[in-house]
Design a protein around this ligand. Structure first.
Ligand code: TYD
Length: 134
């Protein structure tokens, strides 16, 4: 799907343990990181997200446990399972996203290209369809 990219991050681990690297402004993360937030201890049955962003691009890494992310560009939908710390999902702006099926131990780290601005969120799916297909 356009606007979505699944990546395998470099693992620099050795006999001391694992070390995964993702850098902003290069081919791993194609933007400069302005914000980081993480989601954990998500209660059973919870779906997060359910919005699209007019400006923010995102980079998702599930560093522990697993979760699923449904992505939707207004035409097609895809379900991505993030269940390995070296697996990452890049998401362009104006993609509808829903995060769900979090395992009890899931820790989802989200990097963003923008500072938080509630006004750039589209939280109504019908409005999203109108805007994205304009
Ligand atoms: P919400 O958009 O529901 O999070 P998610 O998309 O992960 O389901 O955000 C919950 C609340 O936190 C909401 O009031 C907005 C606020 N918030 C911030 O202030 N800054 C942030 O970076 C994020 C992600 C949320």
């Amino acid at each position: 799907m356009k606007g979505i990219k699944l990546l395998e991050l470099p693992n620099l681990g050795d006999d001391r343990g694992q070390l995964i690297v993702a850098e902003g402004g290069n081919e791993s993360i194609p933007f400069d990181i302005k914000r980081v937030f993480y989601i954990y201890k998500t209660t059973e049955g919870t779906t997060r997200g359910k919005h699209a962003n007019k400006n923010s691009k995102f980079f998702f890494i599930n560093v522990n446990g697993s979760c699923k992310i449904k992505v939707d560009d207004g035409i097609t939908q895809e379900i991505i399972t993030l269940n390995q710390p070296q697996k990452a999902l890049y998401m362009d702006k104006m993609i509808w996203k829903e995060m769900y099926d979090f395992s009890e131990d899931a820790i989802l780290i989200v990097l963003s290209s923008e500072h938080y601005d509630g006004k750039e969120y589209i939280r109504d799916y019908d409005k999203y369809l109108e805007e994205v297909n304009r």
